[in-house]
Design a protein. Structure first.
Length: 93
């Protein structure tokens, strides 16, 4: 009887070890998926930053190269202020 009890305990330990191993494997798979998801999100954010920077550069270029000859006083003043702001940022002021 003692031998069969030990056998039963041994089988239970083996089953517990298998369950723990499966749990660890699921955890590692979940961890890797989360890691890949974060990396993908980081790349998306970087791409969005680059698009925003390109859009800003396009807008600033339009402001810097605007033809002021047909503009009214307020429009000219606004463009002048915007051009000065752009130059200040480019110069690091």
């Amino acid at each position: 009887m003692l031998g069969s009890n030990r056998q039963h305990v041994g089988k239970k330990e083996l089953a517990d070890n298998e369950k723990e191993k499966a749990k660890n494997e699921r955890f590692m798979l979940s961890y890797e998926l989360d890691k890949q998801s974060l990396e993908l999100e980081k790349k998306r954010a970087e791409a969005e930053d680059k698009r925003a920077e390109a859009d800003l550069m396009k807008q600033e270029k339009e402001i810097m190269l605007a033809d002021m000859t047909s503009l009214g006083t307020l429009q000219r003043e606004w463009l002048d202020i915007m051009q000065k702001d752009i130059l200040a940022r480019c110069r690091g002021n």
